[in-house]
Design a protein around this ligand. Structure first.
Ligand SMILES: [Zn+2]
Ligand SMILES: [Zn+2]
Length: 166
């Protein structure tokens, strides 16, 4: 997995996300470039950033990373057309995913980073073919509100681990 910062995201968080993906999913990761805030994805009417446009740009980075999938961590608020916002998004076919920290902060940097790690496992899990999970404590459970992320661990439940295979 190639990890990429979009906008003002600390390298330390990328590093922690990489460790979490290794623990939770057995994925090896490398830190890629730190990219500018994705102005190309900005929607003037919504004052938010279109997740799909970001995923297309991230997917284009795979060629330089020996085809490894790409996970971006962004500091901007993301949307898709049929939702008021999303905490992250993934396109399995394209091999690209993105997590936003914009809504995850509540004044506590440590909590924000833990939430980001949980959602990174969630989106990377989608890239590995996992769907949403009914287990509330599993990283693959769908969260739309940041507070809901706090009920999840940065790890998969037993059923999701089994679905990934050996
Ligand atoms: Zn999901
Ligand atoms: Zn699960």
């Amino acid at each position: 997995m190639l990890l990429v910062a979009l906008g003002d995201v600390r390298r330390r968080l990328l590093h922690d996300v990489g460790r979490t993906l290794a623990d939770a999913l057995g994925l090896a990761s490398a830190s890629g470039p730190s990219l500018e805030r994705p102005q190309y994805a900005f929607n003037e009417a919504r004052r938010q950033y279109h997740a799909s446009a970001i995923l297309r740009r991230l997917a284009a980075l795979r060629a330089g990373a020996a085809g490894a999938p790409v996970l971006g961590i962004a500091d901007v608020d993301l949307f898709v057309p049929d939702a008021p916002w999303v905490l992250g998004d993934a396109d399995r076919a394209a091999g690209a995913a993105v997590v936003s920290v914009a809504r995850l902060a509540d004044g506590d940097l440590q909590r924000r980073d833990l939430r980001a790690r949980v959602e990174a496992v969630h989106e990377a899990g989608h890239l590995l073919g996992l769907d949403h999970c009914p287990e509330p404590g599993c990283a693959m459970h769908l969260s739309t509100e940041p507070g809901e992320v706090d009920r999840k661990a940065p790890a998969l439940c037993r059923a999701c681990r089994a679905a990934l295979g050996p």
